[in-house]
Design a protein around this ligand. Structure first.
Ligand code: F6P
Length: 548
């Protein structure tokens, strides 16, 4: 079903009309009208509680959105993904990250039984991780490996790094796990200064093994090892790799026994569950990694089987779609109230925007309106003292996802209680605001002078009506985090189905990559700049004159 088609469908028209009917209705009024609102607009599954009652919608909206989802054929879309059909049509690939979460085969349906490879790779990863964790894996000089550096970017970095940080309370006590992604040597150089080449292992993670940033950093690591340890033979003990092109990793110098496969049917941003998560597995151990997979698998089962009315990823997708395609929200703020979820907003940025940041349908038709919102965010409590001012009084519609864990993995329970109350206070303040009357009363109570009250009143009014959802996890366990990530993955997929885009390709990153290779030789050679646009030529000339 194409976006162009169903924007002309009855459910779409009904939603447009419904939006007009709801226009001007404040969240205060919606709560006052319906005492059961929270019960009707919240869902739980497997230790996750999703409260979307502070969204600008009603149970009627939800019913209309369900009709739209049915019209868009999401049940069939979900079935086709789980059946291993080649739903990534522009790359002619199946989309099987869900297979990576399974504990046993066969993977139902489709023409590929991938589970043998998946399970065999997981066993190899676990054996390697255990050797490293128990100090049995030695470098060329016979000393046990103590530091592991994951070299990768985008999906080959963000997922494992995000999860590793989120689970650091159960991380290995002595191994140092580091992540290098940036081409800027300012990330790699200071890290190398802290490392001992005799006890350092680099894992080069690149699905394609052609990514410029990753290869640059990998070469720098190789040069550093060569300079410090001698000839190339020693590299065999200090490099592992993860790639769908193992031959390229071997050619680079990686010991073939330490090259772990991934497959074309797993997209980079969906690959945390595969060998791309090797550094994470080393950090938290194979058992915890398995628990994470189980949490994700339970979410998969729920997604594939629960009716739309009780389906968490579908509901989350529909809420987002309502905000973006009907209320016209340009962005989505992701606000974790949990230090351990520090990297979750960046992870979601890739997941959502690389998946659905498209303006043509799967069939190449231009969408009538942009699909994916701009996803941004930051740790919520820090954000309160930075950009929340705009959320409260900036006059823009910015839907927010508040995410928190009820129990902390760290001591200091009084911090946790204060943190949760801040989280709940913010979403309530955003939703309900503070009227001029309430502000006036407060100021009168504080015995402020009438002229002062008049002057300050407009500044102290909070209009409210800023929509948000709150997602609560019991704690940040491997399983609940696995479920959280799978939840967002499926949400993105459902939105893609309804917008009609292919959520699994990323052609938009190609142009910049190609241009970077054209521009690189021109940094030193002015003749290579001929043909480039005037602005780029001038930028290059400016740098050349200063680089010498
Ligand atoms: O440039 C985008 C991208 O291809 C992402 O989709 C991917 O996660 C990242 O680069 C890294 O790619 P690779 O794993 O092939 O190095």
């Amino acid at each position: 079903m194409l976006f162009m088609t169903f924007t002309r469908s009855k459910p779409w028209d009904a939603l447009v009309k419904h939006r007009q009917d709801l226009e001007g209705t404040h969240l205060r009024e919606l709560f006052a009208r319906d005492p059961d609102r929270v019960a009707r607009l919240s869902l739980s599954f497997d230790g996750l509680y999703y409260d979307f009652s502070k969204q600008r919608l009603t149970p009627e909206t939800l019913g209309l959105l369900h009709a739209l989802a049915n019209e868009a054929g999401i049940a069939d879309g979900i079935r086709r993904m789980f059946a291993g059909e080649r739903i990534n049509n522009t790359e002619d690939r199946a989309v099987l990250h869900v297979a990576l979460r399974r504990s046993a085969g066969p993977f139902p349906g489709g023409d590929q039984n991938v589970m043998d490879e998946v399970l065999a790779t997981r066993r190899r990863m676990a054996a390697f991780a255990e050797r490293l964790r128990s100090g049995q894996c030695c470098g060329a000089k016979g000393m046990p490996i103590r530091d592991i550096v994951n070299i990768g970017i985008g999906g080959s970095d963000l997922g494992p790094k995000m999860m590793d940080y989120a689970l650091r309370s159960i991380g290995h006590p002595t191994l140092g796990i580091h992540y290098v992604s940036n081409l800027d040597g300012a990330q790699m150089a200071p890290l190398l200064q802290t490392l001992d080449p005799r006890t350092t292992l680099f894992i080069v993670v690149s699905k394609t093994f052609t990514t410029q940033e990753t290869l640059f950093n990998a070469r720098t690591a190789r040069n550093w090892l060569r300079a410090n340890l001698g000839d190339d033979v020693v590299l065999q003990n200090h490099f592992a790799a993860v790639s769908s092109k193992p031959e390229r990793a071997v050619e680079f110098g990686v010991n073939p026994d330490l090259v772990f496969p991934i497959w074309d049917w797993v997209g980079g941003r969906y690959s945390l569950w595969s060998a791309v998560g090797l550094a994470l597995m080393i950090a938290i151990g194979p058992n915890a990694f398995d628990e994470m997979l189980k949490g994700a698998e339970r979410m998969d089962e729920h997604f594939a089987s629960a009716p739309v009315e009780r389906n968490l990823p579908v509901t989350m997708a529909l809420v987002g779609l309502w905000n973006t395609s009907f209320l016209g929200a340009e962005s989505l703020a992701v606000l974790p109230y949990n230090e351990s979820l520090k990297y979750f907003p960046s992870f979601l940025q890739q997941l959502e925007m690389e998946s659905n940041g498209k303006s043509v349908t799967r069939d190449g038709e231009t969408l009538p309106a942009p699909a994916c919102p701009i996803v941004w965010g930051e740790l919520g409590n820090n954000g309160q003292h930075a950009f929340f001012q705009l959320l409260h009084q900036g006059g823009r519609l910015v839907p927010c996802d508040f995410i928190a864990a009820v129990c902390s993995d760290f001591p200091l329970p009084e911090h946790q209680e204060a943190l949760l109350s801040n989280c709940f206070a913010q979403s309530a303040a955003l939703a309900f605001g503070k009227t001029a009357e309430e502000v006036r009363k407060d100021m009168e109570k504080a015995l402020q002078r009438p002229e002062e009250i008049e002057m300050l009143l407009p500044h102290r009014v909070f209009k409210g009506n800023q929509p948000s959802s709150t997602l609560l996890l019991n704690s940040l366990s491997p399983a609940s985090l696995g479920a959280l990530v799978a939840l967002y993955e499926h949400k993105v997929f459902v939105q893609g189905l309804i917008w009609g885009v292919n959520s699994f390709d990323q052609w938009g990153v190609e142009l910049g990559k190609a241009m970077a290779s054209l521009i690189l030789p021109a940094v030193h050679d002015p003749e290579r700049a001929v043909g480039l646009d005037a602005s780029t030529q001038k930028l290059l000339a400016y740098c050349r004159s200063r680089l010498g």
